[in-house]
Design a protein around this ligand. Structure first.
Ligand code: SF4
Ligand code: SF4
Length: 100
């Protein structure tokens, strides 16, 4: 069962590196992604904003499969800085989950 984790929301807010609040879930990013990544950013970023940490952890592979090519970002009508958000999620996973 997925639960909202308020501490996770606060941690992300404090970082100042993750910002996907402008995302309107249009799906352009998924349509242009060369990896065919359906989850990133529109669903996974939503999980982060809502604090559904379990869902984020379930999708660790997706976070690491992104090329950081920014094709999604240059086409995003809301100018979400997608690649930087992905970099933050990797940093978070490395530090807090894998402890490396
Ligand atoms: S293209 Fe931008 S606004 Fe549209 S779903 Fe992706 S991140 Fe959100
Ligand atoms: S940066 Fe590239 S690989 Fe990563 S989600 Fe965007 S389009 Fe896909």
């Amino acid at each position: 069962m997925a639960l909202v984790n308020p501490d996770f929301v606060e941690e992300v807010k404090r970082s100042d590196r993750f910002d996907a609040s402008a995302c309107m879930n249009c799906g352009v990013c998924s349509a242009v992604c060369p990896m065919g990544i359906e989850l990133l950013p529109r669903k996974l970023f939503r999980y982060v904003l809502l604090g559904v940490k379990d869902k984020v952890l379930e999708n660790v592979e997706t976070i690491y499969s992104c090329f950081l090519c920014k094709l999604c970002e240059v086409n995003c009508p809301a100018q979400v800085h997608i690649a930087e958000n992905v970099r933050f999620l990797r940093y978070y996973m490395n530090k807090k989950v894998f402890k490396i």
